[in-house]
Write a protein that binds this ligand. Structure first.
Ligand code: SF4
Length: 382
């Protein structure tokens, strides 16, 4: 057994259209046969990178995640070539989890056939909302009916493990509308749900509109209430809340994302993909043109080698995102090792007294109240 990373993240940087809230690296209108279709050369280049990086990985690979961008904008013919190359160069574990992110408008039968034949066993569908008004605010261009259709096509094609992404706290959204979204999504019987509050990233058109007063952020109390109702509603529907924004049917937690929260290693492929190996984090340069010209391994940026104290802070912050929290023995070891151990211990006591953290059996974890202010609690421990 190799000792390299057993997880792989692949970034596919094409989108049909740039959504107003999104700050992921992607090129809109390119790759859809628009200005200049670079999907074919991208896949060839990606295969070159897969070959060159195979010596650093596992084996075997346990989880692979295709994100973006919109991976499902690659046509089925290219998927067949790509997945065959991936399987040739990256030996997979028997229970390998292979996820592809999909936009509802891009899912069709030939695509699903190519994905399943190539080993894809998990689909993550970006629904975001079932209300056309809110999809419009986000500049998502799909019709909510396409979400239903994409789930049906995926199931018929042989994918039983389906995540659906939803966003709440959209300007103008009411609690009732959010409850309706939850009802719609539960009717589709996904195995996993990711529900995020809308975030206003710097340099997005949505944030520019907010600054210009053209949209109004929803009330913070209402946003908190929306988060609480999703916790209650999904618990009542039999989902396990296992990470701040993630819910799963028993046995269906996303193993690839757990790798991130457990501070494990993964290897990045494709422009803008970020990785974490042997205590070093980096990102492939987010530029498709450079990615296509340079190689076989891409140029990298944002290289970060944290010192021991930084690694401890990061591990605490990541592990506390999990609802199970952090095991007390590990917590003690982490606090004893870092130069800021005493400071972090005091912060933990302060948040425990405030009701944001609790010790439950042998673990420290966020309370329900702490989940509502998780960002500030975790920032204090970093
Ligand atoms: S489809 Fe996804 S990745 Fe592409 S612009 Fe929209 S939110 Fe961003």
């Amino acid at each position: 057994m190799g000792r390299g990373p057993r997880g792989v993240y692949v970034h596919v940087p094409f989108c049909l259209h740039k959504c107003h809230y999104c700050d992921f690296y992607s090129i809109a209108g390119d790759g859809d046969g628009g200005r200049r279709d670079r999907r074919g050369v991208f896949v060839q280049r990606l295969i070159e990178e897969i070959r060159a990086s195979s010596a650093f990985l596992g084996p075997p690979i346990e989880t692979t995640f295709f994100g973006g961008g919109t991976p499902t904008l690659l046509p089925s013919g290219l998927w067949k070539i790509l997945l065959a190359a991936l399987s040739d160069h990256q030996p997979r574990a028997a229970d390998h989890e292979l996820t592809v992110e999909a936009n509802p408008e891009t899912v069709d039968e030939p695509l699903m056939e190519a994905l399943v034949a190539g080993g894809v066993n998990r689909l993550s569908i970006g629904a975001q909302s079932f209300d056309p008004r809110h999809l419009k605010t986000l500049e998502r261009r799909h019709d909510p009916a396409r979400v239903v259709r994409s789930v049906q096509i995926a199931r018929r094609g042989g994918i039983a493990n389906i995540n659906i992404d939803l966003i709440f706290g959209i300007p103008g959204q009411t609690l009732e509308q959010w409850l309706e979204d939850l009802q719609e999504v539960l009717a589709l019987e996904p195995t996993h749900l990711s529900c995020y509050a809308l975030s206003y990233e710097s340099n997005t058109p949505l944030t520019a509109k907010l600054r210009a007063g053209r949209i109004k952020r929803i009330d913070q109390d209402l946003e908190a209430r929306m988060y609480e109702v999703v916790i209650d509603r999904l618990a009542a529907a039999g989902f396990e809340h296992y990470e701040i924004s993630s819910w799963a049917r028993p046995g269906r937690r996303c193993r690839h994302n757990l790798r991130y929260w457990r501070n494990d290693q993964w290897w990045p492929l494709g422009p803008a993909a970020a990785g974490h190996v042997a205590g070093v984090r980096w990102k492939n340069v987010p530029h498709l043109g450079r990615y296509l010209r340079e190689g076989p391994l891409p140029a990298i940026t944002d290289v970060e080698r944290l010192d021991e104290d930084g690694r401890i802070g990061e591990e605490l912050m990541l592990r506390l995102r999990l609802i199970e929290g952090i095991e007390c023995g590990l917590l003690q070891r982490l606090l004893a090792a870092g130069v800021r151990g005493r400071e972090r211990g005091v912060a933990i006591m302060r948040h425990t007294d405030a009701g944001n953290l609790e010790r439950s059996s042998d673990r420290l974890r966020l309370t329900r109240r702490g989940l509502l202010v998780a960002d500030s609690v975790l920032a204090d421990l970093l």
